[in-house]
Design a protein around this ligand. Structure first.
Ligand code: GLU
Length: 307
């Protein structure tokens, strides 16, 4: 660890800011990641805090170790420095989600015992028929299994509950979830309108994103989550998970997204705008960051009404 990182670590112990970078190693990082992760780095730096690198590699089909290695290298090349992560260790590891399964299992157990979740047997085909909430990646679940589940009380928690069925968080219809975002201001989402009963645990035995992230951010003592505006609605769900598990809520700062020439948000398929490609074309870190900053546009984020 270099001297600057050491100094940061010391100061963060004192001031307490803890931020994180949480790439999913399912592809190469692109300009959008550069903009968001640079913002996360700058916010940690300005707060005299610590930055944690956590690799969100839970999806066994899509995550590849070579993408995790590429992400670490690209972030380092951009000049982003972190004080904890899979490459430097730290007090709150392991820093690969795939190595943190026991934490997610015990959170699931707690949610089952508290009656916050119910088992769902809907197939992938059933799910693709469901309506898509605007601006969201997860279909609005119509509650098919909610109706039959009732409030299930289990006499014991067992391995059999981890595969073959998924678990959904039961939202309260019409409940408004409000939070203040460091960039976009007041946000408000309504359960069963903006999102339905959401996945907590997948049928294939993999914890769902909403559970893993809420559990890890609390366990790693993250005080501010900086990430893309496409996750604003995910934040509302994660707040519900935090409340159910009695976990502290971090502060939120969502960054405007970068879009392509058709106004679509950048995805990992946009290889031409991957940091790798831009590096290979001879661009320097400051050119990549400058281009990212120039491309950041405001109107694509889902804004809640101003309160
Ligand atoms: N790993 C997630 C992603 O790359 C982001 C997680 C987060 O910042 O909460 O989409």
């Amino acid at each position: 660890m270099d001297e600057a990182a050491n100094t940061l670590n010391f100061v963060s112990d004192f001031l307490g800011y803890r931020g994180r970078l949480a790439p999913s190693p399912t592809g190469l990082l692109h300009l959008g990641h550069a903009a968001t992760f640079w913002t996360a780095y700058q916010r940690a730096l300005r707060s005299g805090g610590a930055l944690v690198l956590r690799v969100d590699d839970l999806d066994p089909q899509r995550s590849k170790p070579e993408f995790a290695a590429a992400a670490v290298e690209d972030l380092d090349w951009l000049g982003i420095r972190w004080q904890e992560g899979p490459d430097v260790c730290g007090e709150y590891g392991p820093y690969l989600q795939s190595m943190r399964l026991p934490l997610y299992i015990s959170a699931l157990k707690e949610l089952i015992e508290g009656g916050f979740v119910y088992p769902c047997r809907c197939s992938r085909k059933d799910l693709t028929r469901m309506t898509q909430a605007p601006h969201d990646e997860e279909p609005l679940y119509p509650g098919t299994c909610r109706a039959t589940a009732g409030r299930i009380l289990f006499s014991g928690f067992g391995e059999a509950m981890l595969t073959g069925l998924s678990w959904r968080f039961r939202v309260r219809d019409g409940e408004a979830i409000e939070f203040s975002d460091g960039h976009f201001g007041r946000q408000r989402f309504v359960a069963s309108e903006d999102f339905g009963d959401f996945l907590i645990w997948r049928k294939d035995g993999v914890p769902a994103y909403q559970l893993a992230v809420a559990v890890d951010d609390a366990a790693m003592k993250i005080t501010e989550v900086v990430r893309g505006a496409d996750l604003l609605k995910a934040t509302a769900r994660q707040i519900l998970v935090c409340r159910a598990l009695g976990l502290p809520e971090p502060a939120w700062f969502h960054c405007p997204l970068i879009t392509d020439e058709h106004g679509r948000r950048l995805a990992k398929r946009h290889d031409a705008l991957s940091i790798r490609e831009l590096r290979a074309s001879g661009m320097k870190p400051e050119d990549v960051l400058g281009r990212a900053a120039a491309k950041v546009g405001e109107p694509n984020a889902h804004r809640g009404p101003d309160l």
